[in-house]
Design a protein around this ligand. Structure first.
Ligand code: CP
Ligand code: NVA
Length: 303
């Protein structure tokens, strides 16, 4: 059975922090000009059914940076768009490539591909999870603020895929996480319950964004309408209007707190241009770290 990366849940705290340590090391080595070749002769397939800038390019750059190759497949150009069964696609792809990186809608697509694959399947975002992103975000937090176990992380906005992966991370690693989400837009109830059960620190779900950011070391925001929810955009703009991270809300957090946004950002919606462009916001470091964390993941799973 190959080792997959369907969600953070399939890794231990030691493994997740080990991937981050390795990514930090790979980042330093790249900065020092070291050439890596550990994935020479290996090829991964990227199957993307939703748009992507960062995740696609950082996975491709990571694979090339380790001496490997990539084949990019847009979902609509494959036979998946014509209803070829996932179990067939998975077994066929497994004969050609050494790993699959998948961005899609339902988590069940990743699960089914993994169930039939003889090579690792990596989740590059589903409606339920965005695990590789949250791992690079935690790497960024550790670089900026030190061990995450001592920190208080706030999530403000939609209880979406990113929120779910943050909850899983809080359960596995053990750090304080407070999520402020409007009623009806809470994160996945099962993920929350399971993560709370294993958590050594508090995972709180509230509705008040000011309360969430008070005392926070890190404030985390994301779009109000995720990919696939475009037709809810107008309604969400109304419902989330009190959840915008602007100067006023951020002033309720300690001055040394950092702001995370996985990007792409909708300036003037979940975050103001002023906060996104401020020195407190580390969104572009997060984006860079995606490449380093993807190298660590690929090295661990593909070699
Ligand atoms: N953060 C992120 O996943 O960005 P992309 O949608 O551009 O890949
Ligand atoms: N929650 C967002 C994240 C984008 C990287 C979405 O799913 O569209």
């Amino acid at each position: 059975m190959p080792k997959h990366f369907r969600s953070l849940q399939e890794f231990t705290k030691k493994e997740l922090l080990g991937l981050i340590d390795r990514a930090i090391e790979l980042k330093k080595e790249k900065q020092a000009g070291r050439i890596h070749q550990q994935l020479m002769g290996k090829t991964i397939g990227l199957i993307f059914e939703k748009p992507s800038t960062r995740t696609r390019v950082s996975f491709e750059a990571a694979m090339y940076g380790l001496g490997g190759r990539v084949i990019f497949l847009s979902g609509r150009d494959t036979q998946l768009a014509r209803s070829e069964p996932l179990k067939d696609m998975s077994r066929v792809m497994s004969r050609y490539v050494d790993g699959m990186v998948v961005r899609t809608f339902g988590q069940e697509v990743v699960e089914e591909l993994a169930a039939f694959a003889t090579v690792p399947v990596i989740n590059a975002l589903t409606d339920l999870h965005h695990p590789c992103q949250v791992l690079s975000d935690i790497m960024t937090v550790i670089e900026k603020k030190g061990p995450i176990e001592a920190l208080h992380i706030a999530w403000v906005g939609d209880g979406n895929n990113m929120a779910n992966s943050w909850i899983q991370a809080a359960g596995i690693i053990g750090f304080d996480l407070t999520l402020a989400c409007p009623k009806g837009y809470e994160p996945d109830a099962e993920i929350l319950a399971a993560s709370r059960k294993m958590a050594s620190k508090k995972i709180q779900l509230i509705t008040d964004p000011a309360q969430a950011v008070t005392g926070a070391d890190v404030v985390n925001v994301d779009v109000w309408a995720s990919m696939g929810q475009e037709d809810e955009q107008e309604e969400r703009l109304r419902i989330f209007s009190d959840y915008q991270l602007g100067r006023e809300l951020l002033a309720k957090a300690p001055a040394e707190c950092i702001v995370l946004h996985c990007l792409p950002a909708h300036r003037g919606e979940e975050i103001t241009d002023e906060v996104l462009e401020s020195a407190q916001c580390v969104a572009f470091d997060q984006a860079e770290n995606k490449m380093h964390i993807h190298k660590a993941i690929l090295e661990r799973l593909i070699v």
